[in-house]
Write a protein that binds this ligand. Structure first.
Ligand SMILES: O=C(O)C(=O)C[C@H](O)[C@@H](O)CO
Length: 265
């Protein structure tokens, strides 16, 4: 069989692609999210309870739908990245990338020798469809998409070099960690943080790479779309459920405290 095309990579630049965070850690919840129509969804292995088997079952559950899965690793460990790729992750996001050397190491973790250090799982793996894909090893990189996250002062200082690394397809700005890293926790719209986000955006685009960001607050998402961000996460499934539940309860119990629903990010 043919190597499956990566729809996220194919649609990465041009008009903004809108995505949603998937944080429940279950195939059932992720499949529901995949029916909504987002362009992409983030199966979060960093902050959600998502070990490898949970990521696998979510990849299988969302495979029939148009929403493209992006999988976030918890760290830079090449052994973990090997497992995530072997279960069929085609778009991988890696948090906390502060230097070009780290970005280069991540590229190498996704490539087979001589271009990298990825071990050969061959017919054991879903990535090769258990060897049904003839030329997987030679062509895997064509459909893999590596997104690195820049979300610290140091990452922003190095963003031009990080974005320039060959094999990095996109850079995702993490406003929660970035604002926290500069002492402005919960204030992604603080002038200093916005200047850093704008600098990151300009550097990513100057390198010819795709720029992504998390922005559940509508005003922020619209502003980033106007700037030209290529992929924007405009919701987090857990927050959406909690907000809807509180609003429902408030219609019957007057003492229910309902937040405005507006995220600061
Ligand atoms: O720093 C950010 O912003 C992110 O990386 C996203 C957060 O990790 C996300 O989990 C916030 O809920």
């Amino acid at each position: 069989m043919e190597l499956p095309q990566n729809p996220f990579k194919a649609a990465l630049t041009g008009e903004p692609r809108y995505g949603c965070w998937a944080g429940f850690g279950t195939a059932y919840a992720s499949e529901i999210l995949a029916t909504v129509g987002f362009d992409w969804m983030l199966i979060d292995g960093e902050h959600a309870p998502n070990p490898i088997p949970a990521v696998l079952s979510q990849l299988q559950a969302v495979a029939p739908y148009k929403t493209a899965p992006v999988v976030r690793a918890v760290n830079h460990d090449p052994a973990l990245i090997k497992q995530l790729l072997d279960i069929g992750t085609q778009t991988l996001m890696v948090p906390m990338v502060d230097t070009a050397a780290q970005a280069q190491a991540l590229v190498e973790a996704t490539r087979y020798p001589p271009h990298g250090i990825r071990g050969v799982g061959g017919g054991l793996t879903r990535a090769t469809r258990w060897d049904a894909i003839d030329d997987y090893q030679a062509r895997a990189h064509e459909e893999l998409c590596l997104i690195v996250q820049v979300e610290s002062r140091r990452g922003i200082e190095n963003v031009e070099a990080i974005a320039a690394v060959e094999g990095v397809d996109g850079v995702f700005v993490g406003p929660a960690d970035l604002s926290t890293s500069v002492g402005r926790a919960g204030q992604p719209n603080h002038e200093e943080v916005q200047r850093m986000i704008r600098h990151a955006f300009d550097s990513i685009k100057a390198a010819g790479k795709a720029a992504g960001i998390l922005a559940p607050a509508e005003d922020n998402a619209k502003r980033y779309a106007e700037w030209g961000f290529d992929f924007i996460a405009v919701g987090i499934d857990i927050s959406l459920m909690r907000q809807a539940a509180l609003e429902t309860l408030a219609r019957y119990k007057a003492d229910t405290k309902v937040p405005t629903g507006a995220s600061s990010y």
